[in-house]
Write a protein that binds this ligand. Structure first.
Ligand SMILES: [Zn+2]
Length: 170
């Protein structure tokens, strides 16, 4: 935990839904991802959406054996690492359960595809008053992530850049 306090934090918090930039749906832009976590009391969901290029390394349909293998590896890596990317306070006993991880192409655009991962989140204690640590530093092609966290009545936003970023849930 001590490393959290030795890095510069780039966290922007907005108590309400006034931040127009974050409300608009962000266009597919390589290096930029969106993360949303919504937990009501002890149970909720996490959704991560990124251009596939930034996670898988390509966006065309995986046809060759090599592509299929790269996609499979990317999915497995993401599932394995989700509890490193999003670290709830260990005392909360939060667990992730994969719902789906897939590469999604817009039918009207076969040049760009998104990588979308969804997890169920279950915690033994409520998040309020604790801290989430985001660490996507191992995902080298991601430049920033717009995160939205809903925890009960609280709505918080954070911009996660290429550093470990903490967010207080309060
Ligand atoms: Zn693209």
């Amino acid at each position: 935990m001590k490393t959290i306090f030795s890095v510069l934090l780039f966290v922007s918090l907005f108590a309400g839904a006034q931040d127009k930039k974050h409300r608009e749906h962000r266009a597919h832009s390589h290096g930029h991802a969106e993360l949303s976590i919504a937990i009501d009391s002890l149970v909720g969901q996490l959704e991560f959406k990124s251009p596939a290029e930034s996670i898988v390394g390509f966006e065309h349909k995986a046809k060759s054996d090599k592509d299929v293998q790269r996609l499979t590896t990317a999915k497995v890596d993401f599932e394995t690492n989700i509890s490193k990317y999003v670290q709830f306070d260990s005392s909360l006993g939060c667990k992730f359960e994969k719902k789906s991880i897939e590469m999604v192409s817009d039918a009207s655009d076969d040049h760009h595809a998104d990588f979308v991962a969804r997890f169920d989140v279950t915690c033994a204690k409520p998040l309020q008053g604790t801290t989430i640590l985001f660490d996507f530093t191992s995902v080298k092609k991601l430049k920033n992530i717009d995160a939205t966290i809903l925890a009960g009545e609280l709505q918080l936003k954070a911009e996660i850049r290429k550093k470990k970023t903490t967010l207080e849930i309060k």
